[in-house]
Design a protein around this ligand. Structure first.
Ligand SMILES: NC(=O)C1=CN([C@@H]2O[C@H](COP(=O)(O)OP(=O)(O)OC[C@H]3O[C@@H](n4cnc5c(N)ncnc54)[C@H](OP(=O)(O)O)[C@@H]3O)[C@@H](O)[C@H]2O)C=CC1
Ligand SMILES: CC(=O)N[C@@H](CCC(=O)OP(=O)(O)O)C(=O)O
Length: 348
């Protein structure tokens, strides 16, 4: 199979390049760069292994242009581009290849919600109906048939994974309070003064609290789908924090349970939702981001305190939060085992 990566020099693009170079079903890779086409891959990233050389022969082992990639007619295109830019760059691939978009351009279905989150109209409203939200464990059947997959945001993936089994069973009453921590690679590779080492080391802060972060709209959309309530009546509150680690995301979600929900029912809800999901693990102790770093796993722990439940989840924002889930979605779409080409063990 031939794979195209758009935005290869970004963080998620670089992880995609590594994952696809080890993926047994991918034979050719077209690594597009709008900024450094023609530059040898190993000059840009000497950490890449030899497998990449075999698979990028068509581009002379260098970054290629968008035109070269369009001509190659890839089976699958991964768009690792900024939101509000991605849909436009992907245009030549729609109808030609399966497009897996890591940006937010196709995640939110409702126009006014998209405008609230991103400050402007969705860039391709004509394609929103056919775009499948790629939260892999919840939309497998649709992903199997999709030609456009909207890979979820990293915060929504880490928040929805522990929440949806309980929401879907109708066990949750009242507000859902989500507090999340992200490593700095979550903000992408583009140089920003406020993300310099000296600005971010030894310090932590919250930002965009309550319902003001764009990912709150994405989380609310998926929760509303399962509760049947209108999105404006959703009571999800989401507050992210930036912590001084390179990659990793830890989320704590607090909910009130409906009267009479037992521990056994909660355990059963998680079992039913995830027993056939190789990348979700319900763990007996509060998880650390280090245990999922470099893997596609989301580890979840729950703690009951009277009628409150506390859900602790961890992912690697660049893997399950982005490129790993994108490859998982490709596996589902093309009928491969969901685990194919994805690392199982965390780094020591
Ligand atoms: N970082 C994360 O943890 C996560 C990221 N995402 C999403 O995935 C997408 C890619 O993220 P990430 O890899 O972190 O982003 P980066 O900022 O690290 O990389 C984006 C890449 O897009 C290309 N690009 C093309 N046009 C532009 C432009 N106008 N401005 C900036 N870059 C441009 C560049 O690559 P080139 O020069 O090679 O073309 C650039 O390196 C984004 O939509 C992001 O929101 C989703 C989940 C998690
Ligand atoms: C730390 C940081 O800045 N995180 C980003 C979200 C991460 C991301 O890339 O957003 P998507 O998942 O929507 O693509 C933010 O808060 O906007």
């Amino acid at each position: 199979m031939k794979a195209v990566i758009l935005g290869t020099t970004g963080y998620t693009g670089q992880v995609l390049l590594r994952l696809l170079s080890n993926h047994p079903k991918i034979t050719r890779i077209y690594p597009v760069s709008s900024s450094i086409a023609g530059t040898p891959l190993l000059e840009f990233d000497p950490g890449l292994g030899n497998a990449i050389l075999e698979k990028t022969k068509d581009c002379g082992n260098a970054f290629c242009t968008l035109d070269q990639a369009v001509e190659a007619q890839g089976d699958v295109v991964f768009a690792a581009l900024p939101h509000l830019k991605s849909a436009q760059v992907c245009a030549p691939f729609f109808g030609q290849s399966v497009v897996i978009d890591l940006s937010a351009d196709f995640r939110i279905k409702d126009h006014s919600t998209f405008i609230k989150a991103y400050g402007q109209e969705p860039p391709r409203p004509d394609l929103l109906a056919e775009a499948v939200y790629g939260l892999a464990e919840w939309n497998r059947d649709q992903i199997t048939k999709a030609s456009l997959i909207a890979n979820p945001g990293c915060y929504p993936t880490a928040s929805l994974t522990p929440l949806l089994p309980l929401i879907s069973q109708g066990y949750v009453a009242g507000d859902v309070i989500i507090n999340a921590m992200s490593g700095i690679s979550g903000a992408g590779r583009k140089a920003k003064e406020n993300l310099l080492f000296c600005e971010r080391t030894e310090t932590v802060n919250a930002y965009s609290p309550g319902t003001s972060h764009r990912h709150c709209q994405e989380i609310q959309q998926e929760v509303s789908l399962r509760t049947g309530k209108a999105q404006q009546d959703s009571t999800v509150y989401f507050t992210p924090h930036l912590v001084p680690i390179k990659q990793g995301m830890a989320v704590t979600t607090t909910c009130q349970l409906n009267p009479g929900v037992s521990d056994a029912e909660i355990a059963q809800a998680y079992k039913a939702a995830y027993q056939d999901s190789p990348w979700i693990r319900i763990v007996p102790a509060i998880p650390d981001t280090s245990q999922v770093r470099g893997t596609n796993r989301c580890d979840v722990h729950w703690h009951r305190d009277g009628d409150r439940i506390f859900l602790m989840s961890v992912i690697d924002n660049l893997y399950k939060g982005a490129s790993g889930q994108a490859v998982q979605n490709m596996n589902i779409r093309f009928g491969f085992d969901e685990r194919t080409g994805l690392p199982e063990h965390g780094e020591v």
